[in-house]
Design a protein around this ligand. Sequence first.
Ligand code: SF4
Length: 418
Amino acid sequence: MQQAILYEKHDENIVKCLLCSHYCEIKPGQVGTCLLRKNIDGELFTYSYGASTGFAIDPIEKKPFYHFKPGSKVLSFGTPGCNFKCLNCQNWQMSHAKKDDILRQAHVLRQAQDDILRQAQDDNAIENLHIEYSPSFIADLAIEQGVDGIAYTYSEPTIFFEYARDTILECRKKYPNVDLFHLFISNGFMSKETIDLIAKENLISAINIDLKFMNDKKYRKICNSSLQPVLDNIKRFQDLSDSIHMEIINLVIPEENDSVDDINALVDFIVSVNPEIPLHFSRFHPSNKMTDKPATDLNTLLKAKEIAESKGLKYVYIGNTNLPGVENTYCPNCKKLLIERSRYSTKVKKSLGKILRQAHVLRQAQDDIVNGRRIMDNGQFTDSREPKTDNGKQGFKAQLSAKNGICLNCEHNINIRL
Ligand code: SF4
């Protein structure tokens, strides 16, 4: 158990959790909606700290991220609990864990699996789940396994935010010369305060947000949540897109969000934010408490992709199927194939070039970076521009690192981080 961050103390020892948009007001002895934050004598504590359900090495495409470090490997982990209660949750054993039904399943490295299995046989409360995979343990594991980054996933990283944050900070402290990136796979329901802290501490490099419905009633009925905070947060992350790459996923569920109107509303919103945001339509398969529906019709997914592209979205994908070609990345300008994917096999084609993340450094000083000029792999300058910000080193570096793909066939900029 660890003291939480981001909460306010109110009268009568009531605390208000500021971590996600539920903003739970929690009386002494009670827990928040996620079941993992408890008010003890007017202080808020989190039970998810150190309680990873296990670890897996995944291709980044599995998260899914198609426009961030394609072909890289990530160490994935999550903890029990969630601030949503989705009827169709595919990780419901983890995310809907309760005091008497914690069943933990994960691919685990080292002795972690034994520890987890032993713990799973203990039918005591979440309070007793104290496995303690410390941030230091995870940092070591990432280095030992030679991954490129760490994905905070499976359940919702917001509800284990302190654990994720400490892991990120520990990686930087313990391995300052290793450039590990950190990714959130999220329902997008975190609070503004959490996003502000993520930005202030430059915690993550990319986020995939699950935009489930464009209908608030569906959010409430199916997920025990609401729509508007998710939309607001997508806009907030767009404002941070110089330093945090964003992709969006939408699980297309028969009769819940698969109509043409549903797809139109979703796509119109994303286009209004930024038509360059990659969108993943994902195929639904019956699970958890939503077993009465069939898997999504493949033609529905193809139609959704067609609608999205016709409305101007530049990178639209279909996941969870064996349909050919729907995971590939093409240049939106000349249609040249840039990345070929089939499930988790990824081939970056020579047609996709890289604008160097850091322009030429002259006289060993950041100030001497040529004014933000983009340089292609062949060393040619493609244009010259002044930096948008002069906020110093951090801002400049972030600006240069956000998007750095280019189609070498037509020199069109690609919203991709290589
Ligand atoms: S993380 Fe969200 S659901 Fe959990 S206690 Fe805080 S506000 Fe409530």
